[in-house]
Design a protein around this ligand. Structure first.
Ligand SMILES: [Zn+2]
Length: 365
């Protein structure tokens, strides 16, 4: 099942194109809202066609958007959108943004991938805990208590709270003295939930331009899970393989977070020789993240296939900034199923003790 078959993603993208060429703020907003409604729809659009050929009412979708949907379902393209793009002064920008929507899954496609029995043995119930999320300590909205309850409600056994490191003040990076306070709060919660749930001390460290992470070794030692992610130079076309290799070689790093740093329709992310990055990660025992944030989906199922071949481990994380976003793990799991990642290579499916034993090995590189 390739994302080429993802009608909702295609139609959502067309509506985004139409939004981009509107001259009034109001109609731009209207088409953006329509695109979001289609991308978040649980069912594929094909299933919403009624016997008389019209489309069932969808919240947030007006008559003009409905016309685009019907055109696409009937012909596989939308002359209305193509004409509007050609006639606008923003043709080049629209064409460029189309390249930045490759291998993003719509909600309907995620639901289909989770259900499809042909896609291997990995199921939602195999997933034991999420290893990238943000609390109120950095740029998230929820407290550690709320996060623990949210994870427990999903049947998980553990999670790592990975607020931004102090090197990224723009994202509310946590100074070390505040991080120590967080660790005391984590210890208290772990006492309360003993035997039922374990909150891991994590961080999302920032990969600097030269590939070093923005924390000292002694600081990284205080943490049980270290996600290292790039947050800068994500639009530059120059090769940044060495930057990622340096990050992977850093003692104490467990997960390469959102490895590309791409953003849906707006940012390509960094350029690298991914096969070299994956081989190095496999050798070092660094897990490659599939970040489930819908606007990231990074890495995606197509690139994940190459990481499987290289022998990589995988972390399937939500990158949630609110408890409701823990559901983004489903998007990461859908990509893993589409790629065919073996369950044994997904660190979130491991027992806690195995995960912690593996985490210690990051100090032996
Ligand atoms: Zn990040």
């Amino acid at each position: 099942m390739a994302s080429q078959d993802d009608t909702n993603a295609r139609v959502g993208a067309l509506l985004r194109d139409l939004a981009a060429v509107q001259t009034s703020v109001q109609s731009r907003w209207g088409y953006k809202r329509a695109a979001a409604a289609i991308l978040n729809l649980e069912e594929p659009l094909e299933e919403l066609i009624q016997p008389d050929g019209t489309i069932r009412k969808i919240a947030g979708i007006g008559p003009a958007s409905s016309r685009v949907i019907l055109e696409y379902l009937q012909t596989g393209s939308s002359p209305t959108v193509e004409r509007a793009v050609q006639e606008s002064s923003r043709t080049r920008e629209v064409i460029r943004s189309r390249e930045l929507r490759e291998h993003f899954l719509s909600r309907a496609q995620v639901a289909a991938a989770l259900k499809n029995p042909k896609l291997g043995s990995l199921r939602l119930e195999h997933y034991r805990g999420d290893l990238q999320m943000h609390s109120r300590y950095s740029d998230g909205t929820d407290t550690l208590d709320e996060i623990v309850e949210g994870c427990r409600a999903r049947g998980w056994r553990y999670c790592a709270v990975t607020d931004h490191s102090y090197g990224l003040p723009i994202a509310g990076g946590v100074p070390m003295e505040i991080l120590r306070r967080q660790h005391r709060e984590i210890a208290a919660l772990n006492k309360k939930y003993k035997g039922r749930f374990r909150l891991l001390k994590g961080i999302e460290a920032n990969i600097l331009a030269d590939g070093r992470v923005d924390m000292k070794a002694g600081e990284l030692r205080l943490l049980e899970i270290v996600v290292a992610s790039p947050h800068s130079r994500l639009r530059s076309g120059e090769d940044q393989t060495e930057r990622l290799l340096e990050a992977i070689a850093t003692p104490g790093v467990h997960i390469l977070g959102h490895p590309r740093g791409r953003m849906f329709g707006s940012r390509p992310g960094l350029t690298a020789d991914w096969d070299r990055v994956f081989v190095a990660a496999a050798r070092a025992g660094v897990a490659i993240e599939i970040d489930g944030d819908p606007s990231r989906q990074d890495i995606d199922h197509a690139l994940a296939r190459r990481a499987i071949k290289a022998g990589c481990l995988f972390a399937l994380d939500s990158d949630a900034h609110a408890v409701s976003q823990l559901a983004f793990t489903e998007i990461a799991i859908a990509h893993a199923r589409l790629a065919g990642v073996p369950r044994a290579r997904i660190i979130n499916c491991w027992e806690l003790d195995d995960l912690l034993q593996w985490a210690v090995l990051a100090w032996q590189r």
